[in-house]
Design a protein around this ligand. Structure first.
Ligand SMILES: Cc1cc2nc3c(=O)[nH]c(=O)nc-3n(C[C@H](O)[C@H](O)[C@H](O)COP(=O)(O)O)c2cc1C
Length: 314
């Protein structure tokens, strides 16, 4: 039985506030690894999750890339799904009414290929009841600027953040890409543009080749690397970004165990997201939540937030 959350229980110690949103605990599921949340309801109790970041939503539905779209790699996977999704309107009409019955925070992940497309998706989502915050995936190509990702340049990352902040009535979490030279510069630009929080990292661009056919193993040639293989890159990015800004940072990248989650929190993350691990252990997030509560009890921590960014440098 889940203990009641009063000030004496370890579950209380996990309560977290990010961008004025109250989370029962700091463990969320990562975009694209749990569908629209409901797909996981048969496997785990969604009420136990701190929050759910949905599959990326665009103003209109998208079919995604041709197969092969997924390749297994050492300690991870490459994906080139191509942002397939049902579209913001279908999410609001069909999925959100079911999802908001759960006691968890609902965070639609939003993307577009122009600033206008981001705004269009947000405006559709604004009609929905039960949304707590948005997560902006800025790793998409900006077709108005030669296809370079919004996330790769401080000025385009700031421009899309600023425009979405004007359109959104919920807090905006901007999700950063690791495929940049200076993550701190992007984090600062996005903070100055009004972001309420950051989440990082998205996948790292990778490639795999079949040595018999000599063709790329993904139809798209390149894809996003995720899973334990990217964890050290993600911890480094969270460490650098969280020291560059004053807004909260949510850590993502290869988190599969409570030890992984604690490492991110100590590096500077106020919360974490579990991604690829959901595919092979759908209860990974629940185990991490229980593990964090145990850690708080064992270390006499009244609040997990006391641990955020406490990495010792000497
Ligand atoms: C199959 C798959 C689909 C994904 N789709 C999205 C998406 O739609 N939007 C997004 O921002 N991130 C997406 N991601 C990235 C994850 O949310 C996460 O940032 C990344 O996988 C790193 O975390 P992990 O190593 O725990 O998986 C996707 C990842 C995977 C593996």
């Amino acid at each position: 039985m889940i203990p009641r959350a009063d000030s004496k229980t370890p579950q209380f110690a996990l309560r977290t506030e990010i961008a004025s949103v109250r989370f029962n605990n700091p463990v969320l599921t990562a975009s694209g690894t749990c569908g629209y949340g409901l797909d996981m309801a048969e496997l785990i109790d969604l009420n136990r999750l701190g929050g759910i970041c949905t599959k990326g939503l665009s103003a209109r539905p998208m079919r995604g890339n041709a197969p092969s779209r997924i390749v297994e790699t050492h300690g991870g996977m490459l994906n080139a799904i191509g942002l397939q999704n049902i579209g913001a309107r279908a999410f609001v009409a069909e999925r959100l009414p079911l999802l908001r019955r759960y006691d968890t925070r609902i965070i639609p992940n939003v993307f577009g290929y122009t600033v206008e497309e981001y705004i269009e998706a947000i405006e559709i989502l604004e009609d929905g009841d039960g949304i707590h915050a948005y997560e902006l995936n800025i790793s998409c190509p900006n077709v108005s600027a030669g296809g370079e990702s919004f996330a790769n340049d401080p000025s385009t990352a700031a421009a899309v953040t600023r425009a979405v902040k004007r359109a959104a009535r919920h807090p905006v979490i901007v999700k950063l890409s690791p495929n940049v030279t200076d993550i701190a510069a992007i984090a600062r630009a996005v903070e100055e543009a009004g972001a309420d929080a950051l989440s990082l990292i998205n996948t790292a661009v990778g490639m795999a080749i079949d040595i018999e056919t000599r063709k790329p193993r993904l139809a798209n040639a390149t894809g996003g690397l995720s899973g334990p293989a990217i964890k050290p890159i993600a911890v480094r990015c969270v460490f650098q970004a969280s020291r560059a800004v004053h807004i909260p940072v949510i850590g993502i990248g290869g988190i599969a165990t409570v030890e992984d989650a604690l490492e991110f929190i100590i590096a500077g993350a106020s919360a974490v997201q579990v991604g690829t691990a959901n595919f092979y252990d759908p209860s990974a997030a629940i185990k991490i939540i229980d593990g964090l509560a145990d850690y708080c009890r064992q270390h006499d921590l009244e609040s997990i937030s006391a641990l955020v960014g406490t990495v010792r440098m000497e």
